[in-house]
Design a protein around this ligand. Structure first.
Ligand code: GLP
Length: 242
């Protein structure tokens, strides 16, 4: 495991963008899995700038989003689909060769999960998976207790995860109860993993994930077993792991 500590959010974001570029934009035909949340917003802004300057190009890259809420209209601003449009795809041209994200309102949820797995398999699997971490240790929406042999599946969101999103949804009662997420198995098959964490609120869980026991109680702890893991953290988040 490589741990890179950056002094602030700006340098974390710059470094994240450069690593994504180096690991997935140089070799044509790469496959990359990308996260949502607050943490990667700066990385996306940086990638958009590099693309606008003509320094990087997504046109041969296949992108998979890690997860999507269920039971929201696809064009709802709070979906991860719209998040990716706002933070990256609306800002770059040409866009990626392909971008796959589960529907937030599929006709058949199980079929949607299977179709996503099929697309991942057809792509040859991810060269790089970029991840954030939830305060309860979730990666994508693999919540505590999720078995590690899952591929794409429907997740019941943990109460803590739903409370964390309450503001964005105008009250916890409006936060979706379920999401479609890639599983731990899918993430662990990525040839390289980049885990991002920023802010003091992540320091405790990051310590448990990287230095504590490997347990499904802390989903991110499975990453200790990944052969090519890079952890990129802002100093405040890395307070206990340095
Ligand atoms: C989200 C996503 C995760 C993300 C995590 C942390 O809801 N499902 O993929 O990594 O929660 O988000 P943030 O970066 O906002 O703390």
């Amino acid at each position: 495991m490589d741990v890179i500590v950056k002094p602030d959010y700006r340098t974390l974001s710059e470094t994240a963008a450069r690593l994504v570029a180096r690991w997935s934009l140089v070799e044509p035909g790469s496959v990359v899995m990308l996260p949502t949340g607050n943490t990667p917003k700066g990385m996306y802004a940086e990638l958009a700038q590099l693309a606008a300057a003509g320094l990087i190009d997504f046109s041969s890259v296949t992108v998979f989003s890690l997860d999507e809420y269920l039971d929201l209209p696809e064009d709802d601003e709070r979906t991860f689909r719209r998040y990716m449009m706002r933070h990256l795809w609306n800002k770059i041209s040409p866009g990626p060769a392909a971008w796959h994200i589960p529907s937030s309102r599929p006709a058949d949820v199980q079929a949607e999960c299977q179709a996503f797995d099929r697309k991942v398999a057809e792509s040859g699997g991810a060269d790089l998976a970029v991840l954030g971490i939830g305060e309860n240790g979730h990666i994508a929406f693999n919540e505590p207790g999720t078995p590690w042999d899952r591929t794409t599946h429907v997740a019941e969101l943990a109460p803590q995860s739903r409370r964390g999103e309450a503001e964005r949804f105008g009250g916890v009662e409006h936060v979706p109860k379920q999401a479609i997420t890639v599983g731990v198995k899918t993430i662990m098959r990525a040839r390289r993993v980049l885990l991002l964490a920023s802010g003091e609120a992540k320091a405790e869980v990051l310590y448990r994930a990287l230095k504590g026991p490997i347990t499904t109680d802390v989903p991110a702890s499975v990453l200790q077993l990944h052969p090519q893991l890079t952890v990129l953290v802002e100093r405040a988040a890395g307070a206990h792991i340095g």
